[in-house]
Design a binder for this molecule. Sequence first.
Ligand code: HH2
Length: 269
Amino acid sequence: MGPFEIMGVLNVTPDSFSDGGTFDDAAAAVRHGRRLVEEGAAIVDVGGESTRPGAAPVPVQEELRRVVPVVEGLTALGLPARVSVDTMKLEVAAAAVEAGATYVNDVTAFRHDPRLAALVAERGLDCCLMHMLGEPRTMQADPRYDDVVSDVKAFLEERLAAAVAAGIAEQRVQLDPGIGFGKTLEHNLELLRRLGEIAAIGRPVVLGTSRKSFIGRLTGRDVAGRVHGTVATCVLGYERGARVFRVHDVAAVHDGLSVAAATLPPDGS
Ligand code: HH2
């Protein structure tokens, strides 16, 4: 892995908060995935279920119908990038892996279905374990922590231990503080300020700030206007130890991180 990796977001959903409905045709989604890689994505994260606050769960057959053809299409292109599947469902992860995905991004960190951990272990896949308080339907209703950074860190350490206990090699695991998942504006900012405490766990930190509402709160911009704010969070996150950046605007973030990486030592110290 270089000094940083970009995970390009490819949502094949009618209702994602920033790109919903744009790529609900598989061929258009595959074309966009190729473009993300051309712009610098090392991972393309294919998702068929929105996890925005208040989102309704998607039936498994529908999620399979959305995700599998896109993973197949991207794999067939032989791109210089890994394909990731953003799902909490075993059936969807298993089918995506059969279609060529080698990375599982589960926003429940294997709590929704622990059999996902067994799949990742057996197939030697990479995975991202993310912190979320509650579930998407209700997570933004008055989230509370003793200390958000310590609580998130303890959670990620516990989920890392559970993943290793399930047979996943530690070097396959990346950790994500879950910006916006059961967090107020102040919780998100505190996590970004003290991201180094999460990086100190010793696994690569994934940061998913892209176009999120806290950037809108700070800038007054709608989703399409949040790219500059997103780049700022990625550059600062990189300085504080994040190494994988899950974003929609790959070209802009790649530019920002290339400059940041050239001006900072690669270990962020
Ligand atoms: N954020 C979203 C979805 N998946 N996965 C990880 N690891 N980290 C994140 O921060 C993260 C994630 C939400 O963003 P998006 O995919 O753009 O929207 P939606 O959930 O509405 O599809």
